[in-house]
Design a protein around this ligand. Structure first.
Ligand SMILES: Cc1cc2nc3c(=O)[nH]c(=O)nc-3n(C[C@H](O)[C@H](O)[C@H](O)COP(=O)(O)O)c2cc1C
Length: 183
């Protein structure tokens, strides 16, 4: 069925970029990568965030307040070659994390298909997906995938194992099919 295969990622160049602190978003990125292939790249900063949770929360809040874009250590060589860019991030302080803002501002994603995915503690995803759309005005931004990850605030860090991991695999499969990215 040509009409079904036309939009799939099969013959497209795929980049999966993600940010992750406690590895939940990383696990989601890896599930997507197993299913669609392409290049998997983790966003790292020139100056990493502090380990201590509350110090980190305060720093992110301050960065969000002044629109600070932390410099990235990660470099994508030749962004032009990609047709499809998955962007994965946790919710931080009800917003798109500053490093993902840096990425979307630094690279020209015009004409590409952008597919956001996210993990969060379940208390509020805030404005993060709106910001992805704002920062990619000339891209086609598809429907997101979002799932509950850790709750670092309550000492719950990595949760993407066992039944939760299996459930997320099934949900991702459905989401990718719904977007007609896989058959
Ligand atoms: C600095 C910081 C701020 C956070 N802010 C939120 C938030 O506003 N809403 C929410 O639901 N979860 C929030 N969380 C929880 C993370 O989104 C959640 O634990 C996510 O699964 C972490 O992903 P990761 O394991 O890939 O780092 C925050 C976590 C951190 C470290």
């Amino acid at each position: 069925q040509e009409s079904v295969t036309a939009n799939t990622v099969k013959d497209k160049k795929v980049l999966i970029v993600y940010l992750s602190r406690t590895k939940n978003t990383k696990a989601v990125a890896e599930i997507i990568h197993k299913r669609v292939g392409g290049d998997l790249v983790v966003l790292e900063l020139v100056t990493p965030y502090p380990e201590h949770y509350q110090t980190m929360v305060d720093q992110v809040a301050a960065e969000n307040a002044r629109g600070y874009l932390p410099p990235l250590k990660t470099k994508i060589d030749d962004i032009r070659k990609y047709d499809v860019v998955f962007v994965g991030f946790p919710t931080w302080g009800m917003q798109l994390p500053p490093p993902m803002k840096s990425f979307l501002k630094q690279y020209d994603l015009s004409g590409k298909t952008i597919i956001p995915f996210n993990t969060n503690a379940g208390y509020d995803i805030g404005s993060s997906f709106e910001t992805v759309k704002q920062l990619c005005p000339n891209s086609k931004v598809l429907e997101r995938f979002s799932t509950k990850g850790g709750i670092e605030r309550d000492g719950i860090l990595f949760v993407m194992e066992g039944d939760k991991e299996k459930q997320v695999q099934v949900e991702i499969e459905k989401w990718l099919k719904k977007l007609a990215l896989i058959n």
